[in-house]
Ligand binder design. Structure first.
Ligand code: ANZ
Ligand code: ZN
Length: 867
């Protein structure tokens, strides 16, 4: 007899088949004890801590390095963090149950601009502001019971961390990968300050919305990431477990183009200065060289002003000043009206020997190629528009396979391939082949060479800012730029600075006790570099510090790296596709070359979690005032209900619409699951059923279906973790199981023959739900008599026999005569039965292509086809 629970259910409440239609029952004493997560969630968290469950086993035997992007501490954590970290936690807990030695760490990306802004606005020191936010956020994360190894927490603004960020800088410097050069920075002419990119809004200063931002040239530090462009591109092929979209974005960002550099002579007579020199252009279409009727140089090209003739200088200068105010994005806009000015100078086309005018125009970017192009108006659309505007000549040098181009009547450029014409000695050469031939020929004449060009730029890493990692370099009047010796690291960030307000020079410049030092080489007086590093430098190597966070001598021991790398799964937002995710690949390659790590790619598998939006589909943000605070959710429902909701609302990479209604559905499910489990456990037969084997074949059909669904839930949970992180489908199966189990209970008591399958399901599902809802899983695991922590026990295995869907034999008659049998699920719909019967081989033979007049279906019993 199945007494307590299910009996009560039957008389009190529920005839519900779907989770959505369920109304929560009034809890009575006679029913099971209500689900009260606040009673046990913190208890289990303390238990896990005592048990050292999240502690990283060292050295690992079968390792899994699981990592989520660390957090920027700008307040409390938000729903996006909650989602990201929940997903990672599911995988980490599952991996432990699967017997892996798991490294699952957490840390804080703690330097950066917002801390300074808060300092400016509220007068709090950035260190204090940051520490406070970390404390608040960490408390929320701990409350969530996330299984991080907190002993390995890293904080990038602490000297024990940034000491090694400086170490990394020195490594890059030693390897010729850190250098200084002049570069343009954003400049607000009102405040006379440098602006970070984030503070340029619509091309204007964030403080002065109608003051356009200018560009200023300053000496800056760069990392030579372009030296790794080829490898960063080629190795994208190894990243077969990264989202395709991200790989593609990196490929475009790296932007490899094959072409040629071609030298144009600028004869002395053709320039104002009277100095003859040359201009080099980069082109992907050297086969069109014969059609180059002008040259265009970028306004910021170093020769622009030098080339300008006396009478044109003022105009050129004005144009250059105007272009300085435009962003590259604006300048590259294809739909924009192209303008420019003639410099007054001419160059010689090296193959036609014609003098052609040199123009300056801002659609040519200073930072790409050579900053100069040959204008081929017949075959390049931008050049075409430019030539039409300024009445420059068009020369057709490629004829398309069909038709003939006429320069007089063309309305757009023909950028395609075809046959080279008017290009002696190449007339008649098919154009794609022509490219290589022309390059070889130009090379022989020493006026050109093959050139592979990347769109990727070197990484400007210096910031004239306070709240960042100081650059470990010293400027000595005698010795030049001298690195700080490693044993003198860290170069500590001084606490007291006069003002955080940016002035175009670093606030550190005015801190005498920081800036004044002695030269490590000559011991003479010298000055420290006053700049700090881009925070993306901090985050380029944090995954390595996690491996060995207490190491005081080295950033990490190479043995630790050999044990744990690569990261098996990295979860974080796709907004980092061409920033952080490229930088940390770059660092990995540098460290690989330097012999510190044995892998040249940091992460095997990458997953981007989708955004969290409100119920109307608006992305949650402080500005919109539609944020939900995770802490408030936990106050109301505990952790596991919102956690399951987060996992249930959408597959991992899709956007979530967070709504109270949605949580309500999940809350109901958890209550029903809880009650089903508890009443199962409360049955006197439960204890006796421990260890009993279940034979699916002898179960009644309802029990068999419940047993099947329990195993489907195990199967799908496993798959969702290993394959796609689409936990929503796994949770749906738990819901189905609850429904199926209750249907049996509603229809009559669980028989003695069926009961062991219910008891076994309860034991299995307590463990299966544990990675998804860890507190609930642990609680139920203990109540089902599980030993030790559920996370130390193996994740349930699927019983293949249980998965087989029960079938019934359905006789098929044609005109009332038995002709065949089909095998169907007992709950097959009328339609399914009819279709199965009509698809049957023998029936089709008899019908011989004729449509039946009528099909009579007796659900679950019989199909009769009437001809
Ligand atoms: C002549 C030509 C003829 C071009 C033709 C194209 C078609 P990607 O693929 O992006 O590398 N270019 C070169 N440097 C530039 C710069 N700094 N700013 C703007 N445009 C620049 O494109 C290379 C092509 O973009 C080059 O080939 C050049 O125009 C232009 F029928 O040269 B081409
Ligand atoms: Zn010196």
């Amino acid at each position: 007899m199945f007494v307590s629970g299910i009996t009560v259910w039957r008389i009190t409440v529920w005839r519900i088949t779907k989770a959505e239609h369920y109304n929560p029952p009034l809890m009575t004493k006679a029913a099971t004890e209500p689900y009260r997560p606040h009673d046990f969630e913190s208890r289990w968290q303390a238990f896990w801590q005592r048990e050292g469950l999240d502690h990283t086993p060292e050295p690992p035997r079968r390792k899994q390095y699981l990592m989520e992007m660390f957090a920027y501490p700008s307040g409390d954590i938000h729903m996006g963090h909650f989602r990201n970290y929940t997903m990672g936690d599911v995988v980490a807990r599952f991996a432990r149950m699967r017997g892996f030695d798991v490294l699952h760490p957490f840390g804080w990306d703690a330097f950066g601009l917002p801390a300074e802004n808060a300092a400016i606005k509220h007068g709090i020191h950035p260190a204090e502001w940051t520490a406070k936010n970390i404390e608040v956020s960490r408390a929320t994360l701990r409350r969530m019971g996330l299984s991080y190894d907190w002993d390995r927490e890293v904080v990038t603004c602490r000297a024990d961390y940034y000491k090694f960020t400086q170490w990394m800088f020195l490594l890059l410097h030693e390897r010729g990968l850190a250098y200084r050069a002049r570069a343009a920075v954003n400049w607000c002419p009102v405040d006379q300050t440098v602006l970070a990119n984030e503070h340029v809004v619509n091309g204007c200063c964030w403080r002065h919305p109608d003051v356009p931002v200018e560009k200023r040239e300053l000496e800056q530090w760069f990392f030579r990431i372009t030296a790794y462009a080829e490898r960063l591109l080629a190795d994208l092929d190894k990243l077969d477990q990264w989202p395709e979209s991200t790989v593609k974005m990196q490929r475009n960002w790296l932007g490899r183009s094959e072409g040629a550099e071609i030298d144009f002579a600028v004869p002395a007579w053709a320039t104002a200065s009277g100095h003859g020199e040359g201009l080099t252009v980069f082109t992907t279409r050297p086969d069109t060289l014969w059609g180059a009727t002008f040259l265009t140089i970028a306004p910021e090209h170093p020769k622009t002003l030098e080339l300008a003739s006396e009478d044109r200088r003022a105009e050129v200068e004005a144009y250059v000043a105007k272009a300085r105010k435009k962003s590259d994005i604006e300048r590259s806009d294809l739909t924009r009206q192209k303008d420019g000015v003639f410099t007054g100078a001419y160059a010689i086309n090296p193959v036609t020997h014609d003098p052609i005018p040199i123009w300056v125009a801002d659609y040519v970017l200073g930072g790409y190629g050579t900053g100069a192009i040959m204008g081929v108006p017949a075959h390049d659309q931008r050049d075409f528009e430019f030539a039409r505007t300024y009445d420059l000549p068009l020369k057709v040098v490629v004829q398309p396979p069909e038709g003939t181009l006429d320069p007089e009547t063309m309305t757009e450029a023909y950028p395609g391939f075809g046959t080279m014409v008017s290009s002696p000695p190449f007339d008649g050469t098919p154009a794609p082949d022509g490219i290589a031939e022309v390059i070889a020929w130009l090379a022989k004449q020493r006026v050109g060479r093959r050139k592979v060009q990347f769109r990727l730029r070197d990484w400007l890493i210096s910031r004239q800012r306070y709240w960042g990692c100081p650059i470990p370099m010293i400027h000595c009047p005698a010795c030049g730029i001298v690195p700080v010796p490693r044993e003198q690291l860290p170069v500590e960030l001084p606490e007291n600075v006069e003002s955080f307000i940016p002035t175009g020079r670093s606030p550190l410049e005015d801190v005498a006790e920081f800036i004044e030092t002695t030269c490590p080489k000559c011991s003479g007086p010298a000055r420290r570099d006053p700049d700090t590093m881009d925070t993306f430098v901090d985050s380029s190597w944090y995954h390595l510090r996690y491996l060995d966070p207490h190491n005081e001598r080295e950033p990490f021991a190479p043995e630790r790296a050999a044990e744990w790398l690569p990261i098996d799964l990295y979860i974080g937002g796709d907004e980092h596709a061409t920033g952080h995710l490229l930088y940390f690949r770059f660092f990995t390659k540098v460290l690989f070359d330097a012999g510190w790590v044995a892998v040249d790619e940091p992460a095997t598998r990458l997953v981007h979690q989708g955004m969290v939006a409100d119920s109307k589909g608006e992305i949650m943000s402080k500005n919109k005032g539609n944020v939900v605070a995770p802490g408030e959710l936990f106050d109301r429902d505990g952790v596991d209900v919102p956690r399951l909701a987060m996992l249930f609302f959408a597959p991992s990479d899709a956007e979530i619409l967070w709504s109270d209604g949605g949580i309500e559905g999940v809350r109901r499910f958890v209550h029903r699951f809880w009650e089903t489990m508890l009443s199962t456990i409360a049955d006197p037969r439960f204890a006796a059923s421990a260890g009993a084997t279940v034979d699916a074949a002898v179960l009644s059909s309802g029990a068999r279906e419940a047993w099947r669904l329990a195993h489907r839930a195990i199967e799908r949970t496993t798959q969702s973790i290993e394959r796609d992180l689409a936990f929503n489908t796994a949770i749906a199966l738990f819901m189905e199981w609850v429904n199926a189990a209750r249907r049996v209970g509603d229809a009559g008591d669980w028989s003695d023959a069926d009961y062991p399958s219910l008891a076994a399901s309860a034991r299995l599902l307590a463990a299966t739900i544990a990675p998804l809802a860890p507190h609930l899983g642990e609680e139920l695991w203990q109540r089902t008599g599980g030993e030790g922590s559920v996370f130390r026990s193996p994740f349930p295995a699927v019983d293949a026999a249980a998965l087989r869907k029960e079938t019934v034999e359905v006789p098929v008659q044609v005109n009332g005569k038995l002709r065949s049998r089909v095998y169907l699920a007992p709950d097959a719909s009328k339609d399914e039965m009819e279709q199965a019967a009509l698809a049957d081989e023998k029936v089709r033979e008899i019908l011989a292509g004729q449509a039946p007049r009528r099909v009579v279906v007796v659900p679950g019993r019989l199909v009769n086809v009437v001809m």
